[in-house]
Design a protein around this ligand. Structure first.
Ligand SMILES: Cc1cc2nc3c(=O)[nH]c(=O)nc-3n(C[C@H](O)[C@H](O)[C@H](O)COP(=O)(O)OP(=O)(O)OC[C@H]3O[C@@H](n4cnc5c(N)ncnc54)[C@H](O)[C@@H]3O)c2cc1C
Length: 440
């Protein structure tokens, strides 16, 4: 087997890890330190909070268990979308019109914040702001996109429905019936963006420690917090938990407040210039209307990345890789023939997965766990814009803005009922779906 036949599964071997900008210099926490704010988790939420706090001159420390972007922030698809996965009407129906409108309005501007930070701090992360396409796979999908377009346009969003011919030209496949184009959105190299946020936060004075899993949190008599890691402790006035789907062993109910579901991606070797003329010629990031959603996008070196719900297992069976091969031959039959794809090891260079935190209502949840202890969790697969926005808003809160003025309402922390059963149901359902799709 050649080295490029080997499909690796851990994030250090993901495409993003292989192609990311260098990580900023960090080390594990040692000894006693103090700060005004300690942030637990080095993903977009934690790093954006740190960056915006440091910008306000606040003494802030980030503690990351592994390395910057180890969680969803280093593994995702890189679609920087406005709003949430849930439609704006649904957001307002769930939260009520005042809170719902506030959340919709703020998150409509989330890509502006992400791309402006990238520009302001010179973050090298393959940023492309050409818009994204939400692709319809069926009549039901067409209707869902029409409804979504109406809801967004009523709120002033510059989205546009694309007809079948335009959708085929923009994707290079006739497999989709229509699409919803959102020019506000774009794509990034997700791990490079996380590393760039970390570097920017450091440049403003934030201290970031990696390899520093928080093992215990305790309140002191003065009301401050002691945040313990294996080799050090930080004393702080305020603590933010920003561990999303990677929350483990720190706060049981927080961990029980979402359903963890995996999303996998396979990346091809760089495509030929001829192939790149047809496939996603304008470099749009795409996802579709299927219930078991899938995504396609290109990276800067012209690799095609295809993803869907599931976990890449190191089993040798690789049925998700075979699903990805099958998908490629269905989407682009002229470029990837079925017979070629039946022995498709040569096509793929990287395969990896990451954990998504699905909340009950698919909205992110803000929790006030104790005086001086705040958490935001449950991004439900839409966290690049929202996580970055939450960070900025948390920094405002930690420097005086009342918590109930944040654009995400504070909710009471509740464990999800029958969490394990539902997790198994969704995960096995997605596996069966991918097996079935290989047959049809
Ligand atoms: C495969 C995949 C695809 C996705 N695609 C998209 C997309 O295209 N667009 C989009 O907007 N969103 C997408 N998302 C969602 C998005 O990636 C997440 O919502 C976002 O990264 C969450 O950021 P975060 O900072 O809250 O958490 P994370 O990035 O998960 O960071 C949490 C961090 O906390 C650390 N941690 C955990 N416990 C401790 C502890 N005890 N002590 C210290 N540190 C700890 C973890 O190591 C981790 O690094 C996707 C997610 C996945 C997994």
């Amino acid at each position: 087997m050649n080295s490029h036949h080997i499909i690796r599964h851990t994030p250090p071997d993901s495409l993003w890890a292989a192609s990311a900008s260098p990580a900023p210099e960090t080390a594990p926490l040692q000894g006693q330190q103090s700060a005004s704010v300690v942030i637990i988790g080095g993903g977009y939420t934690g790093l954006s909070t740190a960056l915006h706090l440091a910008e306000k001159g606040v003494n802030v420390i980030v503690l990351e268990a592994q390395e910057i972007g180890f969680g969803g922030s280093g593994r995702n698809v890189g679609l920087v979308n406005a709003g949430l996965w849930v439609s704006p009407d649904e957001v307002e129906a769930t939260l009520g019109s005042t809170c719902g409108q506030r959340l919709n309005t703020q998150l409509a501007a989330a890509p502006d914040l992400v791309f402006s930070l990238i520009e302001r701090f010179g973050i090298e992360c393959e940023a492309v702001r050409n818009g994204t396409l939400h692709l319809s796979h069926s009549g039901l999908g067409d209707r869902a996109l029409i409804t979504r377009a109406q809801q967004l346009q009523q709120r002033g969003a510059p989205v546009e429905l694309k007809d079948p011919a335009t959708t085929a030209r923009l994707t290079g496949t006739s497999a989709y019936r229509s699409s919803l184009f959102d020019p506000r959105a774009g794509t990034i190299q997700p791990l490079s963006y996380a590393r760039g946020l970390a570097q920017a936060a450091q440049s403003l004075g934030a201290r970031i420690y990696t390899g520093s899993a928080v093992t215990a949190l305790s309140n002191t008599a003065s009301g401050d917090w002691n945040v313990d890691t294996a080799n050090g402790t930080v004393m702080a006035n305020q603590v933010v938990i920003a561990t999303n789907a990677y929350s483990e062993h720190l706060h049981k109910t927080l961990q029980q407040s979402f359903i963890p579901l995996y999303y996998f991606q396979y990346a091809t070797h760089p495509l030929e210039p001829e192939q790149l003329k047809t496939i996603l010629p304008e470099k749009h990031g795409c996802w579709d209307t299927r219930q078991v959603m899938s995504s396609i996008r290109l990276d800067r070196s012209g690799r095609l990345i295809i993803g869907s719900i599931g976990k890449v297992e190191n089993t040798g069976n690789n049925f998700l890789q075979r699903w990805a091969s099958h998908q490629l031959s269905k989407l682009f039959p002229d470029l990837f023939s079925r017979s070629e794809m039946s022995n498709s090891n040569d096509v793929w260079s990287h395969g990896w997965s990451g954990r998504i935190a699905f909340s009950n209502d698919h909205l992110p949840h803000l929790h006030s766990l104790a005086p001086g202890l705040t958490a935001c969790i449950g991004y439900s697969g839409r966290g690049i814009g929202p996580g970055t926005m939450v960070g900025r808003s948390l920094a405002d809160h930690l420097t005086g803005m009342p918590l109930d003025e944040m654009f995400i309402p504070v909710t009471q922390l509740k464990p999800i009922t029958a969490r394990r059963t539902r997790e198994q149901y969704f995960a096995r359902g997605a596996d069966l779906y991918h097996l079935y799709q290989r047959i049809i």
